[in-house]
Write a protein that binds this ligand. Structure first.
Ligand SMILES: N[C@@H](CCC(=O)N[C@@H](CS)C(=O)NCC(=O)O)C(=O)O
Length: 148
């Protein structure tokens, strides 16, 4: 298994869900906690989106976005993606906040990186499933068109 470094400030904040996942899975990782001064000097320039948390793999590649990191770790260590064999929703048998949060986050991420879910077919299908919900589809179609 890869060696992981999770970089964040010395606080729970947006990194804590991933730290909890590491703890539950009993997987060793570097819990790298940076000072604001270090952030200004070099870390902002070396993270994909200029934000932390950031998960770095032993080959030097990394991913950002707290939700994406937590999803990745959950898939690696637990069975979260496999609820109902990955054919239904993230939790339980019907759409929940988790699905809507996922849909919203990846709607934005795929605007920047259209291939972001290409290697994650179950999650790609989930995007389609949530987006096909009649009320969500109607809102997305009719909401004010804004850049962010
Ligand atoms: N959507 C991102 C937001 C990340 C974010 O805003 N991180 C803050 C810390 S909580 C940060 O990096 N701030 C420093 C900066 O933007 O210069 C996520 O969920 O990871």
């Amino acid at each position: 298994m890869s060696k992981f470094t999770l970089t964040y400030f010395n606080s729970r904040g947006r990194a804590e869900i991933s730290r909890l996942l590491f703890a539950v899975a009993d997987v060793k990782y570097e819990d790298k906690r940076i000072e604001k001064s270090e952030w200004r000097e070099w870390i902002k320039a070396s993270t994909p989106f200029g934000v932390v948390p950031n998960l770095t793999f032993d080959d030097g590649t990394s991913i950002s976005m707290s939700g994406a990191i937590a999803n990745y770790l959950a898939r690696e260590f637990t069975n979260f993606e496999q609820n109902n064999g990955g054919q239904g929703y993230l939790v339980g048998k019907s759409m929940t906040l988790a699905d809507i949060a996922f849909f919203n986050a990846f709607s934005n991420i795929t605007l920047v990186e259209p291939t972001a879910l290409d290697n994650l077919p179950l999650l790609k299908d989930l995007m389609v499933r949530v987006g096909a919900n009649e009320k969500i589809a109607k809102w997305v179609e009719t909401r004010p068109k804004t850049q962010f």
